[in-house]
Design a protein around this ligand. Structure first.
Ligand SMILES: Cc1cc2nc3c(=O)[nH]c(=O)nc-3n(C[C@H](O)[C@H](O)[C@H](O)COP(=O)(O)O)c2cc1C
Length: 362
């Protein structure tokens, strides 16, 4: 059977279909547990949460599923330029967003004590509660962390956007590699070269990564139906990670504004921009991304830029202004047809089986 792969065996799941984690508060316990209960691997993106919140999230997922699930963290949680980012830099970047704060009736934010979370504190708490799987992006954790995961029986997935990153993930002793093509929604999670130089598409990346490593390869980016799953597997993947299509489901943490945009014709037009968070990410093109293009890459580093746009996000949702909201989406958004995780998952299984039977792709 097509679903009986090494990735499925290692992860302890029936179908090698991973629901991609969503950062920025867009993951939900409900979606994660739903996908795990359906026989896939539900994931929860936890990079904005404190150690205490992460423990709670894991406990809540465990209340809803006895099946394996993954928690995702960003290994590199702060750009190097944050070292010189002071109050004066902050005021300069606030100034650039003035018109947008004003459009939403907001006061500009004040300089905070802390812009984001600390990865070392997050991972310590996470290892303590030992979820079945941890997936990492923006780097590879230290040998000490990898050993601690291994000794607790936690499976690890590392995210690669290039062959070199896939090799480094395997060499570090991580169990599975996610080959993430440039079509994918959300951030471009490169860590060896700048993301702009790591934009290989999924179709080209999967077979190259397959040939370069021996560990199981899970493919991500542009996969939203059974044709995509079957093709990724024909190219050498042992499984797939689907993001945007699950984000559009009612169980996700996305706002109804975000979900409606994903299911609209506008979803055909995505762009890569740093304007929302300070890091390069794929989102539906809108007034905010176009306005901010005037600054090029002259934006605050991550997580400061993300912090500066936090209040814009909340207010944009409240006021129904999707022209000012980060509508993260992959290039597959125009293929979306399903509104619930159950309907999407069933279709993925049915269509993949059909693709293998009728075209003998594998
Ligand atoms: C809104 C959004 C947020 C995301 N946040 C994360 C994240 O925090 N960590 C991560 O590993 N992947 C993240 N991703 C990537 C997805 O987990 C997944 O790999 C990707 O969406 C797959 O490509 P697709 O969008 O074409 O399906 C995000 C994707 C989206 C759309």
């Amino acid at each position: 059977m097509w679903n009986d792969t090494e990735a499925a065996r290692l992860l302890g799941i029936t179908y090698p279909i991973v629901q991609g984690p969503f950062g920025g508060g867009l993951s939900s316990v409900e979606l994660t547990a739903a996908v795990s209960n359906l026989g896939g691997l539900g994931s929860f993106g936890a990079h904005i949460f404190s150690p205490v919140q992460i423990r709670d999230i894991v406990a809540h997922i465990r209340e809803r599923t006895a099946s394996p699930f993954a928690i995702n963290l960003w290994v590199d949680n702060e750009d190097p330029a944050m070292a010189g980012f002071d109050q004066a830099s902050f005021e300069c970047h606030v100034g650039r967003l003035h018109a947008h704060y004003a459009a939403l009736g907001l006061d500009p934010p004040a300089f905070p004590d802390r812009f984001g979370q600390n990865f070392d504190e997050q991972i310590e708490a996470l290892i303590e509660v030992a979820p079945p799987v941890i997936s990492f992006v923006f780097g590879i954790p230290s040998p000490r962390i990898i050993e601690a995961c291994r000794s607790r029986g936690i499976r690890m997935i590392g995210n690669a956007t290039t062959v070199e990153e896939a090799r480094a993930i395997e060499a570090a002793g991580i169990d599975l590699v996610l080959a993430s093509g440039a079509e994918a929604g959300g951030h471009r999670v490169s860590f060896l070269e700048p993301p702009e130089r790591s934009l290989v598409g999924t179709f080209a990346l999967i077979p190259q990564v397959r040939d370069a490593v021996r560990i199981p390869v899970v493919a991500a980016g542009g996969i939203a139906d059974g044709r995509g799953v079957a093709t990724a597997m024909a190219l050498g993947a042992d499984g797939v990670q689907v993001g945007t299509a699950f984000l559009a489901c009612s169980e996700s943490g996305a706002s109804s504004l975000h979900r409606a945009a994903l299911l609209s014709d506008r979803a055909r037009h995505t762009t890569l921009t740093r304007a929302f968070s300070g890091r390069l990410a794929r989102a539906i093109r809108n007034r905010y991304s176009e306005d901010m293009a005037a600054y090029g890459d002259d934006l605050a580093p991550y997580p400061a830029q993300n912090w500066l746009t936090n209040s814009l996000r909340a207010a944009a949702i409240e006021r129904g202004r999707d022209d000012l909201l980060p509508i993260y989406a992959g290039q597959s958004a125009a293929l979306l047809r399903h509104a619930t995780a159950g309907a999407l998952f069933d279709a993925l299984i049915r269509e993949t089986g059909q693709a293998f039977r009728t075209r003998a792709v594998r």
